[in-house]
Design a protein around this ligand. Structure first.
Ligand code: HEC
Length: 145
């Protein structure tokens, strides 16, 4: 009996720590992906402002990064990752379907823009639409800590 109780306790403890590890992993992983979005976006915005030469390959690579990240991100906001060192608004979990929908739109818009962009003019016409999704989501679901 005593052994069983101990086993149950160990089992429970193991379960809890696995859950906590998962929440921390999801939090770290989403922040790494989003930080990568920021790092890739900065030079592309410089191109848009004419502060850096237009580089089609770099633009397409950035759009591919967005599409790839946007496919993973909805799964990286599990219910148990609301707290900790995060700028995620609690509203996300009240409106998870709407929130996930912006990632879906970011993915589609990135793919559409990647197909449409062939030169500097089409870059200037199509890239801002993609970035509109970043702002739309941050305005509603990211809080500055
Ligand atoms: C559907 C919502 C959503 C979209 C779309 C989105 N973000 Fe975010 N972003 C967030 C949330 C929420 C956080 C805070 C995450 C956290 O701290 O746990 C964040 C954080 C960030 C960060 C800070 C990461 C860190 O921890 O250092 C950067 C940079 C960023 N986003 C850039 C972008 C860019 C660029 C785009 C568009 C290409 C984008 N995001 C699109 C929701 C979004």
């Amino acid at each position: 009996m005593k052994t069983l109780q101990i086993l149950a306790l160990v089992g429970l403890t193991a379960g809890v720590s696995v859950g906590a590890a998962f929440a921390a992993d999801a939090l770290g992983e989403r922040q790494t992906i989003l930080k990568g979005f920021g790092d890739e976006t900065r030079p592309v915005v410089a191109m848009m402002k004419g502060e850096a030469p237009f580089d089609l390959a770099k633009v397409k690579a950035t759009l591919a990064t967005y599409a790839e990240g946007a496919a993973k991100l909805p799964g990286l906001f599990p219910d148990n990752s609301r707290t900790g060192k995060t700028e995620a608004s609690p509203k996300i979990w009240d409106e998870k379907t709407k929130f996930d929908g912006i990632f879906a739109k970011l993915k589609t818009d990135s793919e559409t823009a990647s197909a449409a962009i062939t030169d500097q003019a089409s870059f200037k016409a199509n890239f801002p639409k993609v970035l509109g999704n970043c702002k739309a989501c941050h305005d509603d679901y990211r809080v500055k800590k």
